[in-house]
Design a binder for this molecule. Sequence first.
Ligand SMILES: NC(=O)c1ccc[n+]([C@@H]2O[C@H](COP(=O)([O-])OP(=O)(O)OC[C@H]3O[C@@H](n4cnc5c(N)ncnc54)[C@H](O)[C@@H]3O)[C@@H](O)[C@H]2O)c1
Length: 248
Amino acid sequence: MGIENRVALITGSASGMGKQTARLMAENGAKVVINDIQADKVAETVEAFKKDGFDVIGQVANIADKAAVEAMVENCVKAFGRLDILVNNAGMERAGALRKLSEADWDLTIDVNLKGAFLCSQAAHNHMVPNNHGRIINIVSRAWLGGAGQAPYSSAKAGLIGLSRVLALELGGKGITSNCIAPGLIHTPLWDQLEEKSKKFLLSKQPTGSLGTIDDIAEAAMFLADDESSYFTGQVLYVCGGRSLFSG
Ligand SMILES: NC(=O)c1ccc[n+]([C@@H]2O[C@H](COP(=O)([O-])OP(=O)(O)OC[C@H]3O[C@@H](n4cnc5c(N)ncnc54)[C@H](O)[C@@H]3O)[C@@H](O)[C@H]2O)c1
């Protein structure tokens, strides 16, 4: 039971929920790989984790770049001898009304949120199959259900749910599970920058009336990563205060 001595690669983990997930996994005895495209933040995170006594390495890589992803996964295995848990967390959004979105907005959002997860899963699963064990956890969003002004992002996250379901089918017989976590409104620095009016409106749509935290997401990822969670696959776990119960 647990994830002790498992090796976990968390993409986009120099910030936000990815960083908190990496920290919680390290606290539970996993060896963790911090990936991000922001080199300074990777160095900062690795240093802080080492100070706390965690077994950690950093990998600066753009997850939308196949060669960079393959090198990153090889480096993880070189450093720790195996790869057990992949959290496809790195993400970003270019938002706007349909008429205002550019082709570049679409391409970048799809490349990072969807293609990146495909490339990481493809490279990582090669090291999971021989061990007959693996956990692929995809961070999507409640917004996959549809959000006005979110065409590329909602599409990318919907696509990632499709990919996750396919991986569950293809890899289920190899001891590898593939699941999604769909966060809703989570307290991140972005939230603090919103106007009071917008905060009030968004909270009014929350059945719980509250914001989630990065710990809520990290705890959900821990559940899916656990050795004991082997019968849970192909699913979407909503961590959104009930917001997924209605659309709009
Ligand atoms: N914050 C929310 O309320 C919320 C809600 C629903 C879903 N999500 C999803 O959760 C995940 C994490 O969100 P967060 O709020 O912690 O974001 P964040 O911006 O704090 O962290 C994301 C990290 O991903 C990195 N990144 C971006 N592009 C990358 C690339 N090409 N290669 C490698 N790293 C890259 C960024 O540098 C950043 O450090 C994302 O997938 C996001 O779409 C967030």
